[in-house]
Ligand binder design. Structure first.
Ligand code: SAH
Length: 210
């Protein structure tokens, strides 16, 4: 149930859902999603559904991981990607295959520790993680070609925009009970904002949890 064949079925489904970037499909096909959930849930890892990872958090459904990764690649292979909400580390592992460097912030320490172990085991050496509050971004490594988050703030955190490189893209779910995936691009004329689609993510919370 965690075989290559099961994973290929997931890729076929993503294709039928409109994901067409081959490098994204390859990255999803090569990343063992079952290693990012508890063993008891491993048999459900290739279903198109979000799965619990503890601490009231979820690993996003494959479709949304693929969709956000595809949007992250719209200007070619990104050099630096900032991810807000490492969670299980699955999205980080997918990003590691399509970007040069990935920087990922998680506010819940035990989740981060587990994610680090998994990423190390998979030899995703181009991912750097830290325990912190994603609302602050990661100024030390800014600017980023892509800033992407899997947790939804109530409103767009404007300060994160200052960590975008020229031409860079911020992809973030925004809202409360009703959320939209927002894309903000830093163009020569300033920030351009578009709505991608309706989404449902866990809330982005301030501060850190030990
Ligand atoms: N991309 C993750 C999805 C995890 S769910 C994966 O592939 O598993 C979203 C994660 O965002 C949760 O782990 C949650 O703890 C984290 N999060 C919420 N608010 C945050 C914040 N302000 N800073 C960093 N992480 C945050």
């Amino acid at each position: 149930m965690t075989s290559q064949r099961t994973r290929m079925r997931l890729i076929d489904r993503l294709r039928s859902q409109g994901i067409s970037d081959e490098s994204v499909l390859d990255a999803m096909g090569e990343t063992p999603r079952h290693l990012f959930v508890d063993e008891a849930l491993a048999h459900r890892a290739y279903e198109d559904t979000a799965l619990p990872i503890g601490f009231n958090q979820t690993l996003s459904q494959p479709y949304i991981v693929a969709r956000m990764t595809e949007l992250a690649l719209q200007n070619g292979k990104p050099k630096r990607v900032l991810e807000l909400g490492t969670g299980s580390g699955y999205q980080s592992a997918v990003l590691a295959r399509v970007a040069l460097e990935v920087f990922s912030i998680e506010r819940i320490k035990p989740l981060l520790d587990k994610a680090r172990q998994r990423l190390r085991a998979l030899k995703a050496r181009n991912v750097r993680c830290k325990h912190g509050d994603g609302f602050e971004g990661w100024a030390e490594f800014a600017p980023f070609d892509v800033i992407l988050g899997a947790a939804a703030p109530e409103t767009l955190p404007e300060n994160l925009l200052s960590q975008l490189a020229p031409g860079g893209v911020l992809l973030l779910p925004v809202g409360g009970s009703s959320q939209k995936l927002i894309q903000v691009t830093l163009t020569d004329d300033g920030f351009e904002q578009t709505v991608v689609e309706d989404v449902f993510f866990v809330p982005m919370l301030e501060g850190v949890q030990r």
